[in-house]
Design a protein around this ligand. Structure first.
Ligand SMILES: *[C@@H]1O[C@H](CO)[C@@H](O)[C@H](O)[C@H]1NC(C)=O
Length: 407
């Protein structure tokens, strides 16, 4: 005996197509709750329970195949097993037989194969078994067959991969399964125990869809389904990763004042002076009245400013007491790692910055620095106070690759 729900489905099929023929394009296809809140499943196909059909019955649309007690042709009692796709499982809900309680129930199953590829189908009978337990949300039994068992994949496969296994063709034919239902029930009247099983495939139906003949030689049923597309919006695009920045050593910088005022270090005879870089010879009055300043250049090999990088500025001033302060201001992305200032009377003995009057390292990439006071030296005769402004300059780069350093 068919239930009201399946009669409605059967009726719809009859009205829309030849008897028993499944009108897949017209029946409503609805959601699968695993899709609903998972934006990663946007565009994925899921097995649609509203498309379940019995292949051996001319693809008769059926979500709840019948089970019976007693004689197949004149059953003592009938019930049904409803299939559903819940999360990563096929659920089989065994409805109660009126007048009986379940003692046991099981689903025998076997994957037939991809519905669009009949040449690859496996042969019956179903030879895997899942046993059923009490249905937490009803009075019958519930069996869960994991998609991962059907597909023979790991139980920790992602739902997205499981769905693509269950729906190998996307939004169309899915897989076919051989199924058999069996178990035992106890009569509430006399406690007698009886077996139940699924009805064999129906071979003929009357105009109202009632089965009038069965293929009793076939103990199993063949269940097929189609897939539908998850109705969920795509995930918002990922936030872009904040760019990785790296502090790199950029090179040696020297302060420059002007073509007239800047003299090249390589004109000096001191140790280590045969290199690029400049010094100037400001008077104390010059430093006290407004001071001197200019760009800080890195990489002016052969004193060629056109090839150098202007990384910032420097300035030197003196107070009334004759104390000189040199300050640096670097332009981003350049920063200071070390500064060295030399203010001494010519001839300059050494040009290596480590030997200068004042030096400070470990500046931690500050953009500005002001030296402590340096006494303006009293130079006699033709000797002049020579000022060398030096810095070890770093650069902040995007990414992790540092440019080649200039000395
Ligand atoms: C039933 O459906 C299967 C799978 O979609 C298909 O291969 C088969 O041809 C259909 N049978 C009939 C009778 O329409």
């Amino acid at each position: 005996m068919k239930t009201a729900a399946s009669l409605v489905l059967a009726g719809a099929g009859l009205a829309l197509a030849a008897p028993g023929r499944f009108a897949s394009s017209i029946l409503k296809r609805t959601g699968y709750e695993a899709c609903d809140n998972d934006c990663k499943l946007a565009g994925a196909a899921f097995p649609d329970k509203h498309t379940l059909q019995l292949m051996l019955e001319n693809n008769w649309s059926e979500q709840c195949p019948p089970i019976y007690i007693g004689d197949a042709d004149a059953p003592t009692a009938t019930s049904r097993v409803c299939l559903d796709f819940v999360g990563p499982n096929v659920h089989f809900s065994f409805s109660s037989f009126p007048g009986y309680t379940y003692k046991s129930g099981a689903v025998s199953w076997k994957l037939m194969g991809n519905l669009i590829n009949p040449g690859s189908w496996s042969a019956p009978p179903p030879d895997n078994t899942v046993t059923c337990g009490p249905n937490p949300s009803g009075d019958g039994l519930l069996c869960a067959l994991p998609f991962s068992d059907i597909l023979g994949t790991s139980a920790i496969t992602s739902i997205k991969d499981l769905l693509s296994g269950m729906c190998p063709n996307g939004d169309r034919e899915g897989l076919g399964l051989y199924l058999e239902f069996s178990g035992q029930v106890e009569s509430t009247a006399d406690s007698s125990v009886t077996s139940f099983k699924n009805q064999s495939p129906c071979t003929s139906r009357d105009a109202s869809g009632q089965c009038t003949a069965r293929d009793t030689a076939t103990p199993y049923i063949e269940m097929a389904y189609r897939c539908s597309t998850c109705n969920v919006a795509a995930c918002p695009p990922d936030e872009p990763e904040p760019p990785v920045t790296t502090t790199c050593g950029f090179g040696t910088g020297f302060g420059y004042q002007s073509p007239q005022k800047s003299l090249t270090l390589n004109t000096l005879s001191g140790q280590g002076c045969k290199r690029w870089g400049w010094y100037s010879t400001p008077s104390l009055a010059e430093l006290q009245g407004g001071g001197i300043s200019g760009p800080l250049y890195v990489g002016a090999g052969n004193n060629d400013i056109s090839k150098a990088t202007n990384v910032g500025t420097w300035a030197a001033t003196a107070n009334a007491a004759g104390s000189v302060t040199v300050s640096y201001l670097l332009n981003p992305p350049y920063t200071l790692d070390e500064v060295h200032v030399n203010l001494a009377c010519t001839p300059i003995a050494k040009c290596a910055p480590g030997q200068y009057t004042l030096g400070k390292g470990g500046l931690n990439d500050v953009p500005t620095f002001a030296s402590g006071p340096i006494k303006y030296p009293p130079c006699a005769g033709s000797s002049k106070a020579a000022l060398i402004v030096h810095a070890a300059v770093d650069v902040l780069v995007e990414g992790t690759t540092c440019p080649a350093k200039t000395d």
